[in-house]
Every structure is written in structure tokens, then in C-alpha cells.
Design a protein around this ligand. Sequence first.
Ligand SMILES: [Zn+2]
Length: 497
Amino acid sequence: MKKKISLVVLIILVLVSVLALFACSPITNEIPPLYIVFDGDIEGGVYSINLYDVAMTEYIYTEEGTEVTGDGWELSKLLEYLTMRVSDNYLFITSATDGVSALIELPLTDKMYLYDDGSKVSAKGPNYPKCTGIKNISEITIIAKDSEDILETINSLPNTKPNLITQSDYGIKILTSEKTDLKTFGESKLKLFSLSAENLMGENKANKYLPNNAMTVNSFTGRDNNIIYLENGDIIKNADNIQLGWKHGKIIVKDTKAPILGFVTNTTRTILDAYSEIKISIDNNEKVMLILPDGFSWIQANALENDLDILKASLSKGYASATHRAISPVALASIVTGKSPYITGINFKEGESRAVLKPNAQDIFEYATSKDKIVKYIEGTGNLIITSVEPVYSLNDTEIYNNAKAAINEGIDFIFVHFHEIDDVNHEYGPLSKEAKIKCMEIDSYVKDLKMQFDGKVIIVSDHGHITLVNENDKNYGDHGYFDHQDMYVPYFVFNK
Ligand SMILES: [Zn+2]
């Protein structure tokens, strides 16, 4: 009896589910989403909008005497939907297939529509020049008529930490050893495209643009000896002739499509070079000592020119650029392996907790040991990364100095000395404070002494610099990791015996 009832229940259940399936099927046949990307000089950088989330309007126009009607999305309504901050602007429409673009001047005097062209987005501007009728649009880039307006707004913000973070949301940074330039994303795209025709229809102006297929890094930055920093943490040196492209609000390396974070200019050297510099000595059976004054910046080496003996800028053969992010574990992993953060895997994002990790590459200590060299790695109170040799720990920089002196006396082949207190003082008072000056002078005297006693090559390289910031009580302090000229350029000294 019980069995029969459950069978009936089961049959009913199956019937109900089959019916439910039929009832549901019209919902699964709903219009598929139709995405369009808005990028450039808009708040937030890049927006991907499903056009079907926005209300459509009907449009009517006459073409060769006949009336045409259709449903589409009014461009000005879409801009409202984006709550665009800049009103008096340009509009730039790009086709996905061939890169042909039309640039329309805003405010829109007549209506421009986007419409569903069989799962593709196309544009219709009945009262605009023909070039605006673009098929298969992949993105719409908003370009400020005067990008100085945007830059001024950003630069007028107080020089606080949030400002430095926000800046990169508005454009691409081009670093020189003296300043950080910012090109807005809109301005960047205009530079990557060139005007091919000017068109007028009544009062409405629209220009046709074509991608500039030969835009190289040096023509983009206007400087020589460029280094590309990719968003994934990789670094491309000697990048002057590399071609650039544009994709969804980002400048990319044309060949690999890799998105670019920014450019460091006027240098061919990065802190990763310390690895091969040490390796040369090991291969030549020459003693070598690397001194790493944590957080010591190029601006300090310059500012303290008259106060320092060894660490002053004029004694160095020049600067090197750090890793991004310019923070100790990321930079240290790259120095000891000669590989970018993309390869080492020690590549922390802003706000990410910093675990103590082993780089995904052989470190210089392992290499030296494999060549039968005796190695000593002198650290502070703990590990920033996991290395192939255990560090000798020290309580403070004075003890680090004493441990380094002992290593020299023992005749060690490769000594790695990591001082920490310049970074500590820079954090507390800022890199240009009198407290930082006193600390730099103290470390300079240690370095001078070690260099004098050591019978081999001495390499001095810092891991990152420091930015002077101001807290809410108007007190200066320092921080790093923002891809700014102040934290990316560091002294790089090589003293051959
Ligand atoms: Zn620090």
C-alpha cells in the first residue's frame, strides 16, 4: 500500500517538473545581454554595460526619402547612466573589427543612437556626418577636450595617500627621476590614434580616426631609455621601440596584448641588475658584498649630497628603478633572483597581507653555494622572504654592521648586508626630514667603513624609495609602493676593487 502511494507521488512529481520546464522555457529564451565598454576619462576608468539594462527609445529618421524607424539607446541617456563627471567633452567611438573610430564633439546637439545589430552594437547618428555610423562597436572612449582640466582636479587634491592611489585610476604614469607625469587615459588613446578625415553635417562635426600602427614607447613618453611596467608585475627593459596599442581603456604592448601599468624613463637599469652584477664576481672568483639600505631613495642621495661620503648621488654611476610594487619583500625577491615580481610570484597588491614566501626562481645564495663560495646573508630581526640560506639575524643596524664586519674578517666570499633603519625613520618622519638625514649619515659611515675593509666588489642598491606624505595633523611621514618617481628611483652604486 505504502509503495503504491509513493509511486503515484513520484509520477505526479515528474509531471509537475516537466510542466515546470515547459513553463520556464520562454524565460531562458530571453534576449541575450549586449555589452558595450565605456572607458577613457570617466570616473572609475572602465565600465562594461549591458545595454538591455538601460531603457530603449524609438527613433525615426528619413533616409533617401523614406522614413526609417528603430529601437535603440540614446547616447546622452547612456552617459547620464554613467553619471559622467565631465560634461563638455569629446566622444570617441571605436569599431572592434578595423579600429576605425569617429570622434564627435559634445554636447550632443542631435541624437546619437546605439542599436542591436544582431548581437553587435552599431551606431546611428541621422544628423551627423556619415563616419559616425559605425558597425560592430567594441568600446566608447570618453576623451576630455582639455585633459588639463582633469589633471588639475587630481593635482589640486592634497598630497595624501588616497590621492596617490586615485591618480593611477585616471591615467598612465610616466616617471622621470624628478617628477611623475600623468597622461589621462583619453589623452593616451588620442595619441595612439591619428586623424584621417574631418567631416561636417550642418552644425555637427565628427572626425574619423585610424589607429596609429607604429606608436612606439619612446614616441609615447617623449623620452629615451624607457622601461615598461606591466600590470602583472613583469618588467620590460630597453623598451623604446616596442609598439603600443589600446584595448578596453588600457595601453597594451601591441604584440602580447599585456596591459601596461606605467613607464619609467631615462634609465636602462633596474634593481634586478644587482643579481647579474653579483654573479659576474662569483664567476670571476672575486669577493663581492651587496649592501642594501632599505628605503634609501634617489632623492635622499641627491638632497644629502654634502652630508654623505659614499651614499651621495654624485658618487653613484646613476640610479636604478625598483619593482612595482616598490615594497621590501617584492623588491628583495627580485634582487636576489634577478627576476621580475611576475616570475618570483612575490607580487603583493595594495592592501594584500604580506606572507613570507619563497621566490619561484633560484636565488643568488644558491648560485654562489653551487660555485663553492662561502655566503653570509645578514638580516634584521626576521625574514621578508624565504631564501636558500638562513640569514644571520641582528637586533638593529649597529648589530648588522658588526655582523658584516665579522663576515669580512672571516674572509666570506659573498656577503649580503640588509640595513633597515633608514626605512623606519623615513616612514616616521619622511625622507627629507632632519631625522632621516641623521640616520642616512649614520648608515653612510657604516657603509664607508665596510667598503674600506672589504677586499672585493661592493654593490650598493636600495630596494625602494620613499614619498613624503602629510597626515591629518599636518605632520610629514613617508610611504612607498605607489609607482611614483619618489619611490621608484633608487641609488645604484658599483665599486670595483
Ligand atoms: Zn617601508
